[in-house]
Design a protein around this ligand. Structure first.
Ligand SMILES: C[S@@+](CC[C@H](N)C(=O)[O-])C[C@H]1O[C@@H](n2cnc3c(N)ncnc32)[C@H](O)[C@@H]1O
Length: 224
């Protein structure tokens, strides 16, 4: 739980930096491919409604709203939600994953899609959140998660699930308070999704368009 608090403290401290870098399209992998990959993956299912969990400053919520999807966004950082409300039309809630799990916040409808884009960082809150999500999906609804490609840690000979040192490398010195994050191998991701009540797990690898370096994976699955 100490790590979970540090993660939220860091996002609170870096919210303005994050808004600036996203507004300026300043992260290369996102610009090149990962943004489009998650938008296309969500849209391929033609949902009428979607919930963007850990929505940050709302870029994805906006993209999906612009494609005609009725959007709800949730994030624990008030400054990010404030920016999301300026940017996108939709329902926005300041809430943590723990609030979703405990029922402290309640959604007024079920969603055709729940999307989580690079926002599962800790261990316990991720496990609890994923187990709680099936109840918020409409029949036939899908969960889509984009996360760092697990194989990126093979390149540094550290392919073992566990807490890892984090950094803001490449994003600029204005970012402070790097935090530890919980890494899952590909096998552990699949086990976690299965344990959380999801099946038919489709895995899409997102590769750098020139170097073919693995950048992210998108898991797409439905509740049992
Ligand atoms: C890397 S950002 C991704 C934001 C957005 N999904 C995107 O694609 O730009 C991670 C987000 O997860 C949110 N987050 C992390 N832990 C959270 C928690 N326990 N409850 C709610 N939001 C959380 C952070 O506030 C941050 O906005």
């Amino acid at each position: 739980m100490v790590n979970e608090k540090k993660i939220i403290d860091s996002w609170t401290t870096n919210a303005a930096n994050w808004i600036e870098i996203i507004d300026n399209n300043g992260i290369e992998s996102r610009r090149l491919i990962t943004n489009k990959a998650i938008v296309d993956a969500v849209c391929s299912n033609k949902p009428a409604t979607a919930l963007d969990v850990g929505c940050g400053e709302g870029w994805l919520t906006k993209e999906l709203y612009d494609k005609g999807i009725e959007m709800t966004g949730v994030d624990v950082i008030p400054e990010l939600i404030e920016r999301a409300r300026e940017k996108a039309k939709g329902d926005f809630l300041v809430a943590s994953y723990e609030d979703i799990v405990s029922g402290k916040i309640v959604f007024s409808k079920l969603f055709d899609t729940i999307v989580i884009n690079f926002a599962l960082i800790a261990k316990e809150s991720t496990e609890n959140l994923l187990a709680a999500l099936p109840r918020y999906l409409s029949p036939g609804g899908k969960l889509l998660i984009q996360t760092l490609h697990p194989f990126s840690r093979k390149a540094i000979d550290d392919y073992k699930s566990g807490w890892k040192e984090g950094s803001w490398d490449g994003l600029g010195e204005q970012f402070t308070l790097p935090y530890q994050w919980y890494f899952c191998t590909l096998e552990d991701w699949l086990l976690l999704l299965d344990r959380s009540g999801f099946h038919s797990i489709k895995v899409t690898e997102v590769l750098h368009p020139q170097s073919a370096k693995p950048l992210s994976v998108i898991f797409e699955c439905t509740p049992h």
